[in-house]
Design a binder for this molecule. Structure first.
Ligand SMILES: CC(=O)SCCNC(=O)CCNC(=O)[C@H](O)C(C)(C)COP(=O)(O)OP(=O)(O)OC[C@H]1O[C@@H](n2cnc3c(N)ncnc32)[C@H](O)[C@@H]1OP(=O)(O)O
Ligand SMILES: CC(C)C(=O)C(=O)O
Ligand SMILES: [Mg+2]
Length: 513
């Protein structure tokens, strides 16, 4: 296996993303995690950019031991001297100098001729070599540069002492074929290129950063640069987690070692996202929240029969939680049954089919069905089928008058079938009902929320009551509908109690099973 170096620039090019600004403590935290992640080189900032960047680079160089720490500098002596001040305390001082080599950048930005750029590049590498044993030289906008000029300038900077040559696709313009061809051309035409590292640095403006980086590797790159989660200027840099996982999953093709601890990927990605405030798109390869979520019935059925049908990467590989079979309107019976069993329900195929019909109706109106929804659905199924002994309201009577204390009398069948009755007063009719029912159900009830709404229009609309309560310390919601809101209230109260009884029964049967 060939080994390539991973150069992480989350703290430099990544921080160049609009809206990201990390303080020194945050940068140190990320640098420590990048060390655990296994980055060969950590580009920790641009020391000449600001006192804050200088401080962060200096402190990271003094902290990180297992990765080489570098900083960026323009091809000017003051930038390089500043970089030396910040990096000299590191284990292996390394500097990254750049200058643009494309006609558009040389003429319109640097306002230099190619020969002046050549002289500046050579002089800056020679100057850097007075201090740094490791000098990386980058031809900014290499992919839009004249290949002949590129070869000439690379030869000269290697002679001047550069230890790494980086060929960035600065504006994400190259196609994989073009980017790969540039690496081949440089490898074939620069004498002594085998004595230095040859690096790829891709931006994602056309969404080709990962493909371009792999093309560079196929054509001789020995180092790749990128950021965690692909953050960076404009559309960002190549996402290092994508490269590391692609090289691992397709190792028969690439036969490349990176030294990256794949199990640290999820943790590193989360840390960078949290500290930068840069959210990860849900469908982002490898680290997106949906990267291991399967929603459709046919996929879920395949996953249950053999995960290899739809999963080329396991979440465990990158230190993520396990695969999720998300239940939604595209799910099928296999996944529904699997989840019901995992939740402890033992339903006959017929009952399961009935519950599945209800589930599909619910899924049409809700984006994602969470476990609480399933509990409600499946316990209602059991309650309605009287599979589990529960309370059943026989009647409720309320005495209310503006000059009287409201009193309610409720009677209900207990789970063992005995009919019981009790009365209680309250500040209003509803509280009187709650108090009378609490005397009937064996347990402590605390009402958290109570709402009544009408279903449909008109004077004869049905009333729906929803009660959120704790019953014996467990939070549960009950719901029912009746012509009269007070009757709906009493039924919703017992519905909540019954759900909790079923839920507790499920937990016992799961624990016992
Ligand atoms: C492709 C990349 O990612 S390159 C890195 C980009 N990162 C950054 O720019 C972040 C940090 N930058 C900064 O803080 C500032 O730009 C500084 C401190 C470096 C310079 O600030 P200023 O002196 O105010 O210059 P400003 O940024 O406006 O312009 C850049 C100058 O550097 C010159 N320059 C650009 N690249 C290089 C280079 N590689 N080598 C030498 N000079 C360069 C430009 O031609 C311009 O020079 P001019 O002032 O003679 O016209
Ligand atoms: C500084 C250089 C390497 C860079 O970030 C780029 O060209 O994209
Ligand atoms: Mg860049």
């Amino acid at each position: 296996m060939r080994k390539i170096d991973i150069f992480d620039t989350t703290l430099r090019d990544g921080e160049q993303s609009a809206g990201i600004n990390l303080n020194t403590a945050e940068k140190i935290e990320i640098a420590r995690q990048l060390e655990r992640f296994g980055a060969t080189i950590i580009e920790s900032g641009f020391p000449a950019a600001s006192p804050g960047d200088f401080d962060a680079v200096q402190r990271i160089a003094g902290t990180v031991k297992n990765s080489i720490v570098t900083g960026l500098a323009r091809s000017v002596e003051s930038d390089i001297s500043r970089a030396w001040e910040a990096l000299k305390g590191g284990e292996q001082p390394h500097v990254h100098i750049f200058i643009a080599t494309s006609p558009i950048h040389m003429e319109h930005k640097l306002m230099k001729t190619p020969e002046q750029v050549m002289e500046t590049a050579i002089a800056s590498v020679k100057y850097a070599k007075k201090f740094f044993p490791l000098v990386q030289w980058s031809a900014e906008d290499a992919s839009r540069s004249d290949p002949e000029f590129l070869v000439r300038i690379i030869r000269k900077v290697i002679e001047a002492g550069a230890t790494t040559i980086n060929l960035p696709d600065t504006v994400g313009y190259a196609t994989p074929a073009e980017y790969g061809a540039m690496f081949k051309y440089v490898t074939d035409n620069v004498i002594g290129i085998e004595n230095v590292k040859l690096s790829a640095h891709c931006h994602n403006d056309l969404g080709m950063a990962t493909a371009n980086t792999l093309a560079a590797i196929e054509n001789g790159a020995t180092q790749v640069e990128g950021t965690i989660n692909g953050i960076g200027e404009r559309a960002g840099n190549v996402a290092l987690e994508e490269i590391a996982v692609a090289l691992h999953i397709r190792k028969q093709i690439y036969e490349i070692e990176t030294g990256i601890q794949l199990k640290e990927i999820k943790r590193t990605s989360q840390l960078v996202s949290q500290l930068t405030g840069s959210l990860i798109q849900p469908n982002k390869a490898v680290v997106g929240k949906n990267a291991f979520a399967h929603e459709s019935g046919i996929h879920q059925d395949g996953m249950l029969k053999n995960p290899l049908t739809y999963e080329i990467i396991t979440p465990e590989l990158i230190g993520d939680a396990s695969t999720q079979l998300v239940l939604g309107k595209h799910s099928g019976r296999h996944a529904f049954k699997d989840r019901a069993i995992k939740m402890g329900f033992e339903l006959s195929d017929e009952k399961l089919n009935q519950a599945f019909v209800e589930f599909k109706k619910l899924a049409d109106s809700k984006k994602e069905i969470v476990e609480d929804d399933l509990f409600v659905l499946l316990t209602d199924q059991q309650i309605n089928d009287k599979e589990v002994p529960v309370y059943e309201l026989e009647s409720v009577q309320v005495h209310y008058g503006t000059a009287n204390i409201p009193t309610a009398t409720a009677s209900a069948y207990k789970p063992d079938g005995e009919l019981i009755r009790d009365s209680a007063t309250g500040a209003g009719s509803v509280e009187a009902i709650f108090n009378s029912l609490e005397r009937l159900v064996a347990g402590k009830v605390h009402i958290l929320d109570y709402r009544v709404t009408s279903i449909g229009k008109g004077r004869d609309a049905l009333g729906e009551a929803v009660i959120n309560m704790t019953y014996n310390g467990e939070t549960v919601t009950g719901r029912d509908v009746a012509q009269d809101v007070l009757e709906a209230t009493a039924k919703a109260y017992l519905n909540a109690v019954n759900r909790q009884l079923v839920k507790a029964g499920q937990k016992i049967s799961v624990a016992a099973g």
